[in-house]
Design a binder for this molecule. Structure first.
Ligand code: ADP
Length: 395
């Protein structure tokens, strides 16, 4: 059978990220981004082979962007497109794995929208547009939450009245599942272990950040919760704060829920701590020049990350390795070394030369000899979504 092609789509409220994935090739034949959709500056950017191009499409919406994309995808796929894989952020408790998109799956995704009011409606917009533009292809949804449906109840329940869980779904769900799953499988391959008989800690560090404890290929705990705000310090998200912060700010400053929500999601994290930037590269440069806010932001980021990894270790019977991934995890020797320095009780120590050279898409071990494995594993969520889509189409 010739190698198959899957178009992977990730829709936001005004953007579509896409990649054409061929199962036989690690490079994407076509990838790109449509952004500012619905506005006068709507634009489609794409990259094919080494060439970049773009097309202005004033007031273009999701459907017109996907229609513009169709001939490009057909060209890059040699006319042979086998299906579409959609990233969906929240699958609630309904979806424990990828799902073929039929009427009942669409109903279930709609029903989950209250748990992810910013993300799921945007994902649905993209799915519905894509089903109109590509009516003859199979469509599959791959959920960020599905991998974490194996969390035991003691890890996913909050210490809140039971009715909030039973009647309103208030529990910890976790996100970044596609990435945690992809890198843990790759790490097991790199280490020559079976994923079904190995235990991993994962730090996915991008603009959003989360940790995960993975035992025998299953997620056993993760740092994000009901929403992707819980847990680590992120680019603009606070991660954990005292749950009384809301009432404190409302009482003392008269802030509304919307103001507090915006502050915690958009003005906090690295951005809030540094007063400078949400971007780790900029913060590392500023720290080198002695910027106090950038220095503090990096210290808090690494300490809180290490604390979360130590907490996740409670879910592991043994440790086969710690995995760093995401833009920061794959590219920042500084963040890796500062984080691991806080984890002496787990006996973790890095080989500083290996740490320094393992960047920019290179993966591999960075631990010192005689110490537990620490691996850098570049993530590839698009490829995992394509593989899940293909697996479902073959089943
Ligand atoms: P997203 O979650 O949006 O997919 P990425 O995984 O691309 O984000 O990660 C973005 C983060 O990675 C940014 O904070 C960026 O500064 C950081 N990053 C990328 N390259 C480097 C680098 N060389 N050194 C430090 N941080 C980096």
């Amino acid at each position: 059978m010739p190698a198959r092609n899957i178009l992977v789509i990730n829709c936001g409220s005004s953007s579509i990220k896409f990649a054409l994935v061929n199962e036989a090739h690690s490079q994407f034949p076509l990838s790109g981004l449509a952004e500012r959709l619905g506005g006068p500056d709507a634009v489609l950017h794409w990259q094919r082979g080494g060439e970049r191009d773009s097309l202005m499409m004033p007031n273009g919406d999701h459907r017109s962007a996907l229609a513009q994309l169709l001939p490009l995808v057909q060209g890059a796929a040699g006319g042979k497109l086998h299906g579409i894989g959609h990233r969906v952020v929240h699958g609630g408790e309904h979806f424990t794995s990828a799902s073929r998109l039929d009427d009942s799956a669409l109903r279930a995704i709609r029903a989950t929208a209250p748990l992810a009011p910013l993300h799921n409606p945007a994902n649905l917009l993209g799915i519905e547009a894509a089903m109109k533009v590509y009516p003859d292809l199979p469509h599959v949804a791959v959920f960020d939450t599905a991998f974490h449906q194996t969390l035991p109840e003691h890890a996913f329940r909050y210490a809140l009245p039971e009715s909030l869980y039973r009647q309103h779904g208030v529990r910890r769900y976790g996100f970044h599942g596609t990435s945690h799953r992809f890198v843990s499988h790759r790490a097991a391959e790199l280490a020559g272990l079976s994923i079904g008989d190995s235990s991993w800690l994962v730090a996915h560090l991008g603009n959003g950040c989360s940790t995960c404890a993975i035992v025998n290929g299953q997620s056993r705990d993760t740092s994000m919760g009901l929403t992707p705000l819980e847990g680590l310090v992120m680019g603009t998200r606070s991660g954990d704060v005292d749950p009384n912060l809301h009432s404190h700010l409302a009482r003392t400053l008269g802030w509304s829920l919307e103001q507090i929500d915006t502050m915690l999601n958009k003005e906090s994290g690295l951005q809030g701590l540094s007063g400078l930037s949400n971007d780790m590269r900029s913060l590392e440069q500023a720290r080198d020049q002695g910027h106090a806010g950038a220095t503090l932001a990096i210290e808090v980021f690494c300490y809180r990350l290490a604390k979360s990894l130590a907490a996740m270790s409670c879910a592991l019977p043994t440790l086969d390795g710690l995995i760093f991934t995401g833009g920061i995890g794959e590219n920042s020797p500084l963040i890796r070394s500062k984080t691991v320095a806080h984890l002496k009780l787990l006996n973790l120590t890095l080989d500083s030369e290996a740490n320094a050279r393992t960047i920019r898409g290179i993966g591999g071990p960075i631990h010192a000899k005689g110490h537990p494995r620490v691996l850098v594993v570049p993530t590839n969520e698009e490829r995992q979504i394509a593989l899940d889509t293909l697996a479902l189409l073959s089943a």
